[in-house]
Design a protein around this ligand. Structure first.
Ligand code: AMP
Ligand code: GLY
Length: 422
């Protein structure tokens, strides 16, 4: 089968790496890819948002299955556009991707179908939002409705902070049209976990649970990022809790979307807060997590193409997944300054040495080829991922590889996975 992966980050490198092991994949393209994906397939210079360009390429190359990494092409309707030309995509339709594309829609869906989540109010008017803040006790969470690359959420410890967040999002339009609407929600305390499943709209096949590290600095200090590291399994999600999440969150969400005329196929990713009152949904994403996908796919023992193809074709009930017993840990190495403005173009050293380590894969995210050298080109540069007999040894193995890699200003957390050892 000819497969096209859309995207060019660490998640897409992990998808390309795993799919390159699939006997059924005869040819693998990645658009636009990165120097990491180029080790497993052919990079194509088409942007992930260029739906017409991607469609023309897929038709020309007779691509059998397109797998979409990032949310933006999904919310722009890549699945619908491809389907109209007889092309098969793993990923939800535009109407399905609304689950991530609009936080207001996602919250309303959760309330309509009794899915546990924080209490909230939606506002389209800044004055009304301000008035609401004056009558509510902090902490509270102010969120831009639309896509804001994980940055449209402000945890406010005081009314003043909430008022500033409303101004930032609605008046200053810091996230553009994503901030036309906002939601203000109850603050939830607890530990976060990422629960991902593959679905064809009926069958829901959970992936191994994972945990992300959103903050830039050790001990969850500093501003939020796209994710500074992840591990799988996530011991906080006990088998009982996983069952509860399937019954109270995943099945009702998939069934709810179907009932509302938005049949949902692809990855359903629930960002959960494990509160004292049970798991509650912080958000839904309509795609694989980044960096969660890196450790999750390192642990997947069975083939990846088959479940993705079966989900796209609506026959996921025929498939099961097998997992390795080992744990996996991914440490993100980022550029100096990230998540703010960061340096680009530094030469990365040590990739060859790290590649020789067993059970270790250095996934590329923000890298670029520059005259035969690999240089930094993004905020999150690498996802150094390793397996180990347990989380502890996976941590040791991942940091052994990290120690071999360097560039000017490289930064990374030194505590990835530690939470799992408590
Ligand atoms: P979201 O994009 O909605 O998942 O929010 C990004 C991050 O903000 C989450 O991963 C949490 O760390 C935090 N967050 C979002 N909503 C809440 C909430 N209601 N209570 C506490 N933390 C939250
Ligand atoms: N790691 C968080 C996300 O993929 O949204």
């Amino acid at each position: 089968m000819k497969v096209l992966i859309v995207g060019g980050g660490g998640r897409e490198h992990a998808l390309a790496w795993k799919l390159s092991h699939s006997k059924k994949v005869t040819k693998l393209f990645i658009a636009p890819g990165n120097p990491g994906t180029a080790m497993h397939g052919e990079n194509v210079i088409i942007a992930a948002e260029d739906i017409e360009g991607l469609k023309a390429f897929a038709l020309r190359e007779k691509i059998d299955l397109t797998i979409v990494g990032p949310e933006l092409p999904l919310t722009l309707g890549i699945t619908d556009a491809f389907a109209a030309s007889g092309l098969l995509v793993f990923g939800p339709s535009k109407a399905g991707a609304e689950l991530e594309g609009s936080k207001a829609f996602s919250k309303e869906l959760m309330f309509r179908h009794d899915i546990p989540t924080a209490f909230y109010k939606k506002f389209e008017d800044a004055a009304q939002a301000r008035a609401y803040v004056e009558t509510h006790k902090p902490p509270m969470v102010v969120k831009a409705d639309g896509l804001a690359a994980g940055k449209g959420v402000v945890i406010c410890q005081s009314r003043q902070e909430a008022l500033e967040a409303i101004d930032l999002i609605m008046t200053e339009k810091a996230f553009g049209s994503a901030g036309k609407k906002i939601i203000i929600e109850e603050f939830l305390a607890g530990e976060e976990a990422s629960f991902l499943a593959i679905t064809d709209g009926r069958t829901v096949l959970p992936l191994a649970p994972a945990q992300d590290h959103k903050a830039i600095f050790d001990n969850d200090k500093g501003p939020n990022t796209g994710g500074m590291g992840a591990y799988s399994p996530a011991p906080v999600l006990t088998p009982e809790l996983q069952k509860e999440v399937m019954e109270r969150v995943m099945y009702p969400a998939v069934a709810g979307m179907e009932k509302e005329g938005r049949p949902y196929k692809g990855i359903l990713y629930a960002g959960l807060m494990l509160t004292a009152a049970g798991p509650k949904v912080l958000e839904f994403n309509c795609r694989f997590g980044d960096p969660e996908t890196q450790p999750i796919l390192m642990r997947l023992a069975s083939d990846l193409l088959e479940p993705l193809l079966a989900a796209a074709e609506g026959r996921l009930d025929e498939v099961s997944l097998e997992w390795k017993k080992e744990a996996a840990v991914c440490v993100v190495m980022a550029a100096q300054g990230y998540p703010g403005e960061y340096l680009k173009g530094s030469e990365i050293k040590g990739l060859g040495e790290a590649a020789l380590l067993p059970d270790t894969v250095v996934f590329h995210a923000g890298t670029k080829d520059s005259g035969g050298k690999v240089v930094t080109s993004g905020g999150r540069v690498l996802g150094v991922t390793a397996l180990g007999a347990g989380i502890k040894s996976a941590i040791e193995n991942a940091y052994r590889a990290v120690a071999l890699i360097s560039w000017e200003g490289a930064q990374y957390r030194t505590d990835i996975g530690k939470k799992a050892l408590r």
